[in-house]
Design a protein around this ligand. Structure first.
Ligand code: GUN
Length: 301
């Protein structure tokens, strides 16, 4: 069994990005600029956005955090998006989800310029992803692909089972693992809340991706001996022994699943850290695209 060390890979890739930024600075060029829009004060969203901004600073990007009250109107938020689309200093931006209920998130995501959509949520990017064309791949799925690639995990001909079909992780993961590329070329099964016998489906997986957001849902009796297990879950559960008052739990019952795996991602220290790193890679790509640089290719697998 080998632990997939998201902390190590994330640091390695961020170091590579930082070196590219150093080279840009040395040649007198401006640096990439990521903006993040945060509406309201949801605890988890605050943590994620703070980590995105901090990581930008670490690699030498410029960053802007635009905070708005939870009662901002949909029209006002659309204006914020429009301004970011038109701002020549911004290479890419994200609108942190979830948004308050009175705002139609799809309407906001559709308003984002696909060329600045470093979250890869705009239908133009989703469509290109399906067709295996250059695009921004959503950060968490992209982070998972980077882990698979860095650990040289074989994917061709494998059976990949994805649990969960969210727009942010599960659905794009099923598309990406089936594409005719590496990582990819899997036979893919998408499972969800209406799946009849989830245990039987999960047991067929050579690569099991758990992205349903239910702490410790995947137990040892759902995992085939030798499977690769990717745990996307990151749920806060109350833990009075911790200073913060909560612990982070994955979707996989780690201790009992561990002995059965060939590879497994821990929580924390696995996929979570890769999301920010993948976002930085997308931002660097957006920057190169806007600068008209041709040496850099989207998604270099
Ligand atoms: N909320 C949870 N994950 C994400 C993400 O990757 N991007 C955005 N914008 N919001 C999220």
């Amino acid at each position: 069994m080998q632990l997939i060390d998201g902390k190590f890979v994330s640091a390695q890739i961020q170091e590579e990005i930082a070196l590219e930024v150093d080279a840009l600075k040395a040649s007198g060029k401006r640096v990439p600029h990521l903006a993040a829009v945060l509406v309201g004060n949801d605890g988890a969203s605050e943590t994620y956005v703070a980590s995105k901004v901090k990581s930008c600073e670490k690699v030498g990007f410029s960053s802007s955090l635009l905070r708005f009250d939870a009662n901002i109107s949909e029209a006002a938020l659309l204006k914020v998006v429009q301004d970011l689309n038109e701002n020549p200093e911004i290479d890419g931006f994200i609108v942190q989800l979830p948004l308050p209920k009175h705002i139609d998130a799809n309407k906001i995501l559709l308003a984002i310029d696909p060329d600045k959509d470093v979250d890869g949520f705009h239908p133009a990017n989703v469509g290109k992803m399906v067709l295996n064309l250059p695009c921004f791949i959503p950060a968490t799925p992209y982070g998972i692909l980077l882990l698979i690639e860095r650990y040289k995990i074989e994917t061709a001909g494998k059976h990949c089972v994805v649990i969960g079909r969210s727009n942010i992780v599960g659905f794009p993961m099923t598309i990406l693992m089936g594409r005719n590329t590496y990582p990819g070329n899997c036979t893919v099964t998408m499972t969800h809340s209406k799946t009849k016998d989830l245990q039987a489906e999960a047991l067929r997986a050579d690569i099991l991706i758990a992205a349903l957001g239910r702490p410790e849902f995947v137990t040892a009796n759902m995992v085939k001996q030798g499977a690769v297990v990717i745990d996307v879950g990151i749920t806060r559960v109350v833990d009075t022994t911790k200073k913060s008052g909560f612990a982070l739990k994955g979707d996989v019952k780690f201790d009992e699943v561990l002995p059965k795996c060939s590879y497994i991602t821990p929580v924390p220290g696995g996929v979570g850290l890769m999301t920010v790193t993948a976002l930085l890679k997308n931002t660097l790509q957006a920057y190169y695209n806007r600068m008209g640089t041709t040496e850099k290719l989207f998604f270099e697998f």
